[in-house]
Design a protein around this ligand. Structure first.
Ligand SMILES: NC(=O)c1ccc[n+]([C@@H]2O[C@H](COP(=O)([O-])OP(=O)(O)OC[C@H]3O[C@@H](n4cnc5c(N)ncnc54)[C@H](OP(=O)(O)O)[C@@H]3O)[C@@H](O)[C@H]2O)c1
Length: 239
């Protein structure tokens, strides 16, 4: 089975308390990886970890607000104290507010830029020495189709997610010689709590499901290290 190449690897997943991050954590654990989950809602994190442990997997969590920069560096220290190595970083935590620019609050602008872009940059930096030691290793950044295309009332979200694509492309070049693969997964509308808030009117049966993103993640991570992916784009039948 292809996923067995993940057995024994250590993965850090941010935003693992719900939606895609939760599905990523469960799938990585099922594939044999040791998973370290990070987010703010402790109860939700505990539920996911308990589910992994009851299925015979290995996981732990750490409560973190990814907007607090020093906490990201602490997060990696705590992970290394527990698991001793880091092979896979999944920068997945994200928020989106949809509104015309004139009506977008400054607090929302800052929250999107810090959560969807800056946190991934800081956490990649914080993780880099461990990923270098573990190479071949992976950084996967969860961007969005909003990172590749602009849409009305999504200006700041698009800015943050396209910033994340730019960061991914440049870091992929920088880390290629070190055998660290850096990939962006760019999904369209996926049925999660996020989309409930972001665009609740969409035709649900046509949307992507978290499992669609899980397949993309496992495809990236189980590809041989000589295969680089750049961006994986997942489009639903509706946009
Ligand atoms: N759903 C979609 O249609 C869609 C499409 C394209 C891309 N995406 C991207 O996919 C990623 C996951 O979103 P989702 O759809 O799974 O939504 P979700 O269910 O709302 O999950 C978002 C996750 O991010 C975490 N998070 C948010 N702010 C955080 C903070 N300051 N510190 C730590 N964790 C934080 C949340 O955890 P806590 O609240 O517990 O902290 C939660 O686990 C996001 O980056 C999103 O932009 C989603």
């Amino acid at each position: 089975m292809a996923e067995s190449s993940l057995r024994g690897k250590v993965a850090l997943v941010t935003g693992a308390s719900s939606g895609l991050g939760r599905s990523f954590a469960l799938a990585l654990a099922e594939a044999g990886a040791k998973v370290f989950l990070a987010a703010r809602r402790e109860e939700k994190l505990r539920e996911v970890v308990d589910e992994i442990l009851s299925a015979g997997g290995e996981a732990a969590y750490h409560v973190v607000d990814v907007r607090v920069v020093p906490a990201l560096y602490d997060l990696v220290d705590v992970l290394l104290a527990r698991f001793k190595r880091l092979d896979i970083l999944v920068n997945n935590a994200g928020v989106g507010y949809r509104s015309p620019l004139l009506e977008t609050r400054r607090s929302e602008i800052m929250e999107m830029l810090e959560t969807d872009l800056a946190a991934a940059i800081y956490l990649s930096q914080a993780s880099l020495n461990a990923l270098l030691r573990a190479a071949p290793s992976d950084i996967v950044n969860v961007s969005s189709i909003a990172g590749l295309e602009g849409f009305a009332e999504g200006t700041v979200y698009c800015a943050a997610k396209s910033g994340l694509v730019g960061f991914t492309r440049a870091l992929a070049q920088e880390l290629k010689p070190a055998n660290i693969r850096v990939t962006a997964i760019c999904p369209g509308s996926i049925e999660t709590d996020f989309f409930e808030r972001f665009r609740p009117t969409l035709d649900r049966p046509q949307m992507l499901r978290p499992d669609d993103a899980v397949r993309a993640l496992l495809y990236v991570l189980t590809s041989p290290p000589n295969v680089l992916h750049g961006e994986i784009v997942l489009r639903p039948r509706v946009v």
